[in-house]
Design a protein around this ligand. Structure first.
Ligand code: ARG
Ligand code: ZN
Length: 447
């Protein structure tokens, strides 16, 4: 699924870049020649992520991970729709040997270009609006993706399996994707691992079956999510504890040996508070994956955050709030990351305020007083971080959270909580920008 405003932008970008395009006379859509889909959607921080010209509705991933060789053997089937006439299009994929590509069942030619492009030329060009399936078979030892801030992501090998996280750009390190946060899709993820190992993924567990020494774990994410939120973390998880929220939403908590789930003790209470404050929980499952990931951060992979090490309760509160702000309401462009991280930080403060601790106003004061006036904390506004290395900087988290608290104190309690509920209700399963948030705040507050 794709937001129409972004679609229009992507098409305009493609048209402008195509060598045959002329500056005059905008041709009618039917007169447009078959184009080559763009290699990226032009995000200011990650210009080559995502691809122009089509929209994925569903991913079906069938993966097999050989622990002795670390070879990942995958077949990905993407159900998509062409948004323009396409003679050729790209998907994002980093590394791997691609062994076959089929479009609508027919073998297609393909090429690898740049850092993360798989360029596919279907035997018959696609027409605007046409539904099509792309099946990519690929194999290889996944390469860890290194981010502008130096951190690792993608399919990260662990001592007993892999820790699989994709924000902002790791997903093409394990499956062919349209790695544009605006292209949300549903997912079926099946992972075969050596018998005795557990493979987790987004959504609900459909089955796990062992055959010939391999166990295949099948998961289904039935609500749309961005590709960067997919996971397939696997390894030794002796306890995969399942439970349910009061509304029946299934909980899956997977904890690696030697780690603990103490930070999850108030999981249900956290969901209850955020459902009450923001609106109904957006997904069909929830839970946690607690593993020795080796990446030094937690990530809000949809429905089950990945935690590197035993998390604190504060980290759990943070990641659960991302299901609303980040996973259901998602940024259009990466520089707007404060719409995720600022909201999650403020959500930690409101959880503390509404339970046993100091108010969010006190948390604001503390954050304010902790930084001297000359600190560079004050020179980078949360919605103008400048460069991708600053994506997860304190300005996005803390100044982002402070922005919401200042707004709360300015427009008042009732309008502020109405704003949060409106923002969620109007944008869930979709994407939005800082400008959209400002407009919504003005509309709801009348200020
Ligand atoms: N979004 C994560 C959080 O909840 C942080 C991800 C950090 N990723 C990275 N590549 N540095 O805080
Ligand atoms: Zn976060």
């Amino acid at each position: 699924m794709h937001r129409s405003i972004i679609v229009a932008g992507a098409i305009a970008l493609v048209t402008a870049a195509a060598p045959t395009a002329t500056a005059q006379a905008a041709p009618s859509p039917s007169a447009k020649p078959f184009a080559e889909g763009a290699a990226g959607v032009g995000d200011p921080f990650f210009p080559f992520a995502g691809n122009g010209g089509y929209d994925v509705g569903h991913y079906d991933l069938a993966l097999k991970y050989d622990y002795s060789t670390q070879v990942l053997d995958g077949t990905a089937t993407l159900q998509a729709r062409a948004l323009q006439k396409l003679r050729r299009f790209n998907v994002d994929l980093r590394g791997f040997d691609v062994t076959s590509v089929r479009v609508n069942g027919k073998a297609s030619t393909f090429a690898r270009t740049g850092e993360q492009e798989l360029e596919i030329t279907p035997r018959t060009p696609l027409i605007t609006g046409q539904a099509f399936t792309v099946r990519v078979s690929y194999k290889g030892v996944p390469q860890t993706v290194i981010d502008p801030d130096g951190s690792s992501e993608g399919w990260v090998k662990t001592t007993d399996g892999a820790f699989v996280v994709g924000e902002p750009q790791g997903s093409p390190g394990w499956f062919p994707a349209n790695d544009d946060p605006n292209d949300k899709a549903t997912f079926d993820i099946a992972v075969a691992v050596p018998a005795g190992k557990t493979a987790l993924a987004n959504g609900v567990l459909l089955s796990s079956a062992t055959d010939g020494g391999w166990t295949t774990w099948r998961w289904r994410q039935a609500q749309p999510m961005s590709a960067y939120l997919a996971t397939a973390t696997n390894g030794d998880f002796p306890s995969l504890v399942t439970g349910a929220l009061p509304d029946g939403t299934l909980i899956y908590n997977a904890i690696a040996p030697g780690l603990n789930g103490d930070g999850l003790a108030r999981q249900k209470e956290i969901h209850a508070l955020f459902s009450e404050l923001f609106g109904p929980y957006p997904f069909g499952a929830t839970g946690a994956i607690i593993d020795d990931g080796g990446v030094d951060y937690a990530l809000e992979t949809a429905t089950k955050a990945n935690y590197d090490g035993s998390p604190s309760e504060q980290t759990v509160v943070h990641e659960i709030s991302h299901e609303w702000f980040g996973n259901a309401v998602t940024l259009e462009q990466w520089p707007d990351i404060w719409l995720h991280e600022g909201f999650a930080r403020w959500s930690q403060w409101i959880f503390t305020e509404k339970t046993d601790g100091p108010t969010a106003a006190a948390a604001f004061r503390k954050a304010y007083n902790a930084r001297p006036a000359e600190s560079d904390f004050w020179t980078l506004p949360p919605a103008d971080l400048g460069e991708p290395a600053n994506l997860f900087a304190a300005q996005a988290y803390v100044r982002g959270g402070m922005t919401l608290q200042a707004l709360r104190e300015t427009i008042g309690e009732v309008p502020f909580f109405r704003l949060l509920r409106t923002w969620y209700a109007e944008n869930r399963y979709a994407n939005a920008s800082t400008a959209d948030f400002v407009a919504t705040a003005e509309r709801v507050s009348g200020q």
